[in-house]
Design a protein around this ligand. Structure first.
Ligand code: PMP
Length: 395
């Protein structure tokens, strides 16, 4: 094990307290380093108050914390124009996508407009757009929802077919950065080329922010919304954010009274982003990609297992360019063992994995069950090797 990784792993109290367990479900939520737990403790014992409402020091400090964390999110995302953009805190990606759909998209679309959305990604990135379509229909505005085309072989969006479905009425695209089942980078930078400079793009970055370097710098990802879950990026449960560029379409402003913000969650997010920057998203991504390749190489030629998603990426293994590699997520099925049984078997050996239909839009709970191993910086080569020993003992 690399020395830096051992040091990093030791900063996660829940991990070191359970040496006989392996947490392999970071795609669902991440574990928290001590720095985050300490920031929470410190906030609650020195400054806890409501934000934007007080005239005394604890309240002022809390208001400053919220504003500072907004700036920190922009900085973390490499925002080239922080004066113009905005950050709104949410409970996670689902809430973020929903408020964009409800409070922004419905005021932007007109009769006959078309939107492109993913039908085989996380349902959090489909349901809100369909709800917006229904809301608009109730107001007599007819919007056409089209599927972002997929290419099964490469495992990402079909960028050639995309050019066929983009038309003069295409007004919005929702996409996913890293697929939560296949771990594939969906090459969203190519979507901008297909839709041209004027169409807003909303990116579900739930599986990328906190896992790999992500920047909203126009030359890298020229998107208008970046939505992520703080709790998958080492912050507390119930945290997330919407970053909006406010350059195409109306300025994004969540509607209605939003009430008290999750100030403890925001304190945890600030500490998590500091921690991630100190360790280095690039180093984290290289580590989880290496573990991923070790796992897929170990399973690939073992007949009972089918690894889901792009098959050519498997054969090429670690020689693939970074963008083509699986980012810390490997989902598979056993030919004979139902996935929920496999989940129980793995837990009996101390492995915590996700075993169901993974909230994939259109997936059938019974038919489409699978087992997902999702990794973060605290996972080790030894965990992967022990997992492979158990998996390959199940013929
Ligand atoms: N999108 C993707 C790609 C996800 O993986 C998840 C979480 N599984 C979500 C959205 C939903 O995130 P949250 O539960 O934080 O709302």
């Amino acid at each position: 094990m690399a020395d830096w990784q051992r040091e990093v792993r030791e900063q996660f109290p829940i991990i070191t307290a359970h040496p006989d367990l392996a947490y392999l479900d970071s795609g669902a939520t991440s574990q928290k380093p001590r720095a985050v737990l300490e920031a929470v403790q410190s906030y609650l014992t020195t400054s806890n108050a409501n934000a934007g409402r007080g005239t005394y020091p604890w309240a002022n400090r809390t208001t400053e914390l919220v504003e500072r964390t907004r700036r920190r999110v922009k900085e973390f995302l490499g925002d080239p124009d922080p004066q113009r953009s905005a950050v709104h805190f949410t409970s996670g990606t689902t809430e973020g996508l929903r408020i964009i759909a409800r409070d922004w998209l419905t005021s932007y679309l007109g009769d006959g407009d078309e939107i492109l959305v993913p039908f085989a990604d996380h349902r959090a990135n489909l349901d809100p757009w369909l709800e917006a379509q229904r809301l608009l229909a109730g107001r007599g505005i007819d919007v056409r929802v089209r599927a972002l085309p997929y290419q099964a072989e490469s495992g990402d969006y079909d960028h050639r077919a995309l050019e066929q479905v983009v038309g003069p009425r295409t007004r919005f695209v929702a996409a996913t950065h890293v697929h939560h089942v296949y771990g594939a980078d969906m090459n969203v930078h190519r979507i901008r080329a297909a839709v041209g400079p004027d169409v807003p793009i909303c990116l579900d970055a739930a599986q990328s922010v906190g896992h790999l370097p992500v920047t909203v710098d126009d030359s890298a990802l020229d998107v208008d919304f970046m939505v992520f879950s703080g709790h998958k990026a080492l912050a507390l449960p119930g945290t997330g954010a919407v970053w909006s560029r406010n350059a195409r379409g109306p300025v994004f402003e969540p509607g209605g009274w939003r009430g008290t913000p999750n100030t403890v969650g925001i304190a945890s997010l600030e500490a998590a982003l500091d921690w991630l920057d100190a360790v280095g998203p690039d180093r984290i991504a290289r580590w989880t990609a290496a573990l991923t390749t070790r796992l897929t190489d170990g399973l690939l030629h073992f007949a009972p297992y089918e690894i889901l998603g792009c098959q050519s990426s498997l054969a090429a293994g670690s020689s693939l360019p970074a963008a083509q590699r699986r980012h810390g997520i490997v989902t598979f099925r056993h030919r004979d063992i139902p996935s929920d049984d496999l989940g129980f078997i793995l837990f009996s050996h101390g492995f915590m994995v996700r075993a169901d239909s993974l909230c994939q839009a259109g997936a059938d709970e019974k038919k489409d069950g699978s087992v997902r191993v999702s990794l973060h910086v605290y996972n080790t080569v030894d965990e992967i090797d022990r997992l492979l020993t158990v998996l390959t003992s199940l013929n």
